[in-house]
Design a protein around this ligand. Structure first.
Ligand code: FAD
Ligand code: SF4
Ligand code: SF4
Length: 485
């Protein structure tokens, strides 16, 4: 057996996998990082000091057993590393690519705190599962027993898909309904390929189909069936529909042509990348080529729009954000990538009017100063009088965040309880809503959040559903079929 080689941080520096040069990567939608070589992965995993209290794990939403799989990688025991890694996370290769590690596991790594540079946990996690796919270790689920009950899951984003897998492992008949034509939710149509290549999501879909999970695509709950109908069809229902109501811009000219919502823009780009024909991309409405682009917002969505516009061949790309860099919600790593690729950030600036006749031609903005802190301790930006300035803009992309749609109205069930923000209310211990047998998970409960939190919620909801079905009066055991070994 290979020898344990840990605590390598004392002699080995932090190294990320190779990153493609900005001018090259800005020309396509492929991921920007290569995969670690076997040797680099072993060396980087071996930098871990195997903390008694691993803060990396504490700050990982799915409580990944990080020190254990790092040790196994350092020892070259990759298949075991994969087994440990996938035990707590349904999509480790996706989280390894797109978790904001600087705010989660890596930001809390002990050796980062001691200024040696965090263990590159995300890149090692991605390496383990990409290798597992290459080696054929990722297999369709084969439940040891089939159960007679079925579960309906509304929404095929990370929350719904994680729940689907967990329930299928337990032997339930699982039906996933989604209004899109492909599963993945924001993984497929929101997040661009340069962060997450679509093949990575599509191979998961194929594996789930082989596992016996049934997908009903182009099926919108509210249009093709009501919630009540789904409840009659299944022993339990999970709502994992995400949040899609885009926050809007205000001010004169906000309705001009050429001002578009971020998700429309990103979805069009992702569809084109998947080979679909998108009329609004072809006719230029959702295409930045040759344009002066202004993106408004400072979160992950804004960063993705900025970097997509660069790849589409925009003439110039500016990102307008009302707070300063330190207070932006997006990942600092993503800002750095965008800057390297040629985006210009206009910090502490907010739009006040959109100019043009029918189409937008300019944005007038004013500078902001960071005002006094509110009750949460966050400073409120205030406009600076007389600071107005104007910039050219043929395409303005609104990336101001998302709110939940009107779920009770949409689902045709006014009794579904929602919070004052419109998120679905659940009992956080059981993950059940106020309706018996109806559960909820992911962004529709938390508000716009992260993929890894969606996975965590999906797993918790699957446990809640299992407990509910097993204890429910309605779940009278019927004879079960034993799956072939
Ligand atoms: P979603 O992924 O939104 O999936 C919900 C699904 O429900 C969709 O497929 C939708 O079609 C379906 N649906 C909705 N209503 C109905 C209905 N009535 N009937 C049937 N189906 C329905 N997070 C990160 O961790 N890292 C990132 O880098 C990152 N980048 C992001 C970039 C963008 C542009 C955006 C918008 C978000 C990003 N996020 C990122 C956040 C992350 O994508 C979400 O937190 C996560 O996808 C939420 O998962 P979910 O399953 O709750 O919902
Ligand atoms: Fe880090 Fe995300 Fe992986 Fe957890 S799931 S170890 S937070 S990259
Ligand atoms: Fe290893 Fe860092 Fe986690 Fe400690 S905090 S166990 S050094 S990865």
């Amino acid at each position: 057996m290979a020898q344990t080689k840990m605590l390598g941080f004392v002699h080995t520096g932090q190294r990320m996998p190779d990153k493609r040069k900005a001018e090259l990567r800005a020309q396509d939608f492929q991921e920007i990082y290569a995969r670690f070589s076997d040797q680099s992965a072993q060396e980087q995993a071996g930098r871990c000091s195997q903390c008694g209290v691993p803060f990396c794990q504490v700050h990982c939403p799915v409580s990944n057993n990080i020190p254990d799989w790092l040790k196994l990688v350092a020892e070259g025991r990759l298949e075991e590393a994969y087994e440990v890694s996938q035990a707590t996370n349904n999509f480790p290769e996706i989280c390894g690519r797109i978790c904001p590690q600087d705010r989660l596991c890596e930001g809390n790594c002990t050796i980062e705190q001691s200024t040696h540079g965090a263990v590159t946990i995300g890149s090692v996690e991605k390496y383990i599962t990409d290798t597992a796919w290459d080696m054929g270790w990722v297999k369709p689920i084969q439940p040891t027993r089939e159960r007679p009950q079925s579960v309906g899951i509304v929404g095929a984003g990370p929350a719904g898909l994680a729940a689907a897998e967990q329930l299928r492992k337990k032997g339930y008949e699982v039906h996933v309904y989604d209004r899109y034509d492909r599963p993945g939710g924001l993984l497929i149509y929101g997040i661009p390929g340069f962060k997450l290549e679509k093949e990575v999501v599509l191979r998961r879909w194929q594996n789930m189909e082989k596992s016996g999970i049934r997908f009903h695509l182009g099926f919108e709950v509210g249009r093709n069936a009501t919630l009540t109908e789904l409840r009659l069809r299944h022993d339990a229902v999970l709502i994992a529909t995400g949040v899609y109501k885009a926050r809007d811009l205000e001010g004169p000219g906000a309705g001009l042509d050429g001002i578009v919502p971020a998700l429309d823009y990103l979805t069009a780009s992702n569809r084109v990348g998947l080979g679909d024909t998108v009329v609004d991309y072809e006719n230029g409405t959702l295409n930045a080529a040759g344009k002066n682009v202004v993106v408004i917002g400072g979160g992950d969505t804004a960063m993705d729009c900025v970097r997509t516009a660069i790849r589409q061949g925009a003439k110039s790309v500016k990102c307008l954000y009302r707070r300063n860099r330190a207070n932006m919600p997006g990942s600092q790593r993503e800002v750095a990538h965008a800057e390297e690729e040629g985006a210009e950030f206009v910090w502490q600036a907010a739009p006040e009017a959109f100019l043009g006749d029918a189409r937008v031609t300019h944005v007038r903005a004013h500078k902001m100063h960071m005002g006094v802190a509110d009750a949460t301790g966050r400073q409120t930006p205030m406009p600076i009088e007389g600071s107005a300035f104007t910039m050219e803009a043929d395409l303005v992309i609104k990336a101001l965040g998302f709110d939940p749609e009107d779920m009770p109205g949409l689902f045709g069930d006014k009794s579904l309880k929602v919070s004052r923000w419109g998120t679905v209310q659940i009992n956080h211990r059981t993950m059940m809503t106020n309706l018996d047998g109806v559960f909820a998970a992911g962004d529709i409960v938390r508000g716009a959040s992260l993929v890894v939190w969606g996975i965590k919620d999906g797993r918790d909801a699957a446990e809640g559903i299992h407990r509910f079905i097993q204890t429910s009066q309605a779940a009278v055991e019927r004879p079960v079929a034993v799956a072939a070994e």
